[in-house]
Design a protein around this ligand. Structure first.
Ligand code: CMC
Length: 399
């Protein structure tokens, strides 16, 4: 068991003594709970969902099955799978009022803001909101996974000046996302690649957005409130927003021959290269390894733009690994190669992070339901380092 002792500083009038507790900025290296949802081995670059290696799942499974695995803790049999997959399909419809919210916000706000607002609004149309039983939370999770997918596809349609379309019952989850975004069925190869991307992003232990989901839910709010907090947290470029930022960087590099000069000069200017580095992985992110293989396999059949982006990505990766990989433990993460892959699938950059939220929804819900089983309010300490017992000076006497 890990025990953390904080020695308390001695307070004196006007200042605090130097006797400070140990402070782990960003809660780095702190265990705050136990979980059976996910194991992340940052030293060896291994990732497991409910005990299954990510390599095995991405090769053999599909997103619907991974959602079931994360929520129920086991792989479904055929009957369980069929019931679960059809529930995801039947819950994909959006309330009219939520469609109106998306339409109204689409050209004014970042898609992550629209997504956050739309997911939050779903609570008004879910009769299970006041029911905090496990069964009700499972039902709400299925709805959240299904409807978040529809919301993101609809954000894409409205931004393109097109109208909302309903999902098709004969398509997979990934197939439906592409169908609802484009208005026509995409190739089976594209559906499969998106399915793999969804699986790779579905869960990642106590990352920032999952932690913030748990912080919100641990107050005994509800699952809509909790995942809305998760979406808000995912937006930032140090977390989920890195995929959009990495693609923007590749576009700014422009031509493959510019790559080395651009990266060298960014590093000299102490800039961060988006899609590299990780708080826990100090080696190659196993998800990035898998995505890189798919990206390379798609190269020949891709458009000139994607070939160009791929070439830039591979040159940037080589340089970064040579310069910072072995020396500083900064390696590609899941967000680096995603941009060219999503571009090859015809998904615009502004939807990358919202799509990340679609895939992470089962991870957030699985963690939340698990945490509620032995809930404890999350309330860490901060060490006050300012002055105390100051004299109150009336406003007319202040300089
Ligand atoms: N490019 C250049 N230098 C970097 C990078 C990077 N991407 N990441 C870390 N460093 C350097 C950093 O400047 C620092 O150097 P020094 O010791 O000389 O001051 C050192 O590495 C340690 O950095 P840190 O900020 O203490 O590390 P952290 O654990 O707080 O950072 C991170 C983790 C993900 C915030 C960081 O690596 C980063 O900003 N990466 C870019 C954003 C990104 O790709 N985020 C996606 C993370 S994975 C997917 C997800 O969870 O969303």
């Amino acid at each position: 068991m890990l025990v953390i002792n904080l020695s308390v500083g001695t307070e004196k009038r006007g200042h605090l003594s130097v006797d400070e507790p140990t402070i782990n900025l960003g809660l780095e290296g702190i265990y705050f709970t136990k979980s059976e949802v996910c194991k992340l081995d940052g030293i060896n670059g291994r990732l497991y969902y409910r005990g299954y290696p990510i390599e095995t799942l991405s090769k053999n499974s599909n997103f619907e099955e991974v959602c079931y695995l994360l929520l129920y803790g086991k792989l479904p049999n055929e009957e369980e799978f069929n019931i679960f997959a059809s529930a995801l399909k039947s819950e994909s419809e959006l309330p009219e009022q939520v469609i109106s919210i998306i339409k109204d916000m689409s050209n004014k706000a970042h898609p992550m803001d629209t997504l956050r607002t739309a997911v939050s609004a779903l609570s008004a149309y879910d009769n299970d909101v006041p029911d905090s039983s496990i069964d009700a939370n499972m039902r709400k999770s299925v709805r959240l996974i299904a409807k978040t997918c529809s919301i993101v596809a609809t954000i894409g349609r409205f931004r393109n000046g097109e109208s909302y379309i309903r999902s098709k019952p004969n398509l997979s989850f990934a197939g439906n996302f592409l169908y609802m975004l484009n208005g026509s069925r995409q190739s089976q190869q594209n559906e499969k690649i998106l399915d793999i991307m969804l699986m790779l992003h579905a869960e990642h232990s106590s990352n920032a957005s999952t932690f913030s989901t748990l912080v919100a839910g641990a107050t005994l709010s509800d699952i809509h409130a909790a995942v809305t907090s998760g979406i808000a947290t995912l937006k930032g470029p140090l977390h989920g927003g890195a995929d959009e930022a990495a693609l923007a960087m590749m576009r700014a590099i422009g031509r493959p021959d510019n790559t080395e000069e651009y990266i060298e000069s960014a590093l000299e200017g102490k800039k961060r290269i988006m899609g590299f580095g990780h708080r826990v992985y100090k080696t190659y992110d196993p998800r990035a390894r898998i995505i890189k293989v798919y990206l390379e396999s798609m190269q020949d059949s891709s458009s000139e733009e994607v070939r160009n982006l791929t070439s830039i990505a591979l040159r940037a990766e080589k340089l970064m690994v040579d310069k910072l990989g072995k020396t500083k433990g900064i390696w590609p993460n899941v967000d680096f190669f995603s941009g060219p892959v999503y571009t090859a699938l015809g998904i615009p950059g502004y939807l990358f992070t919202p799509l990340f939220a679609v895939s992470r929804m089962p991870g957030w819900c699985a963690h939340m339901i698990e945490y509620w089983k032995s809930n404890r309010l999350i309330r860490p300490l901060e060490y006050y380092s300012g002055p105390i017992d100051l004299e109150y000076i009336p406003m007319e006497n202040r300089s």
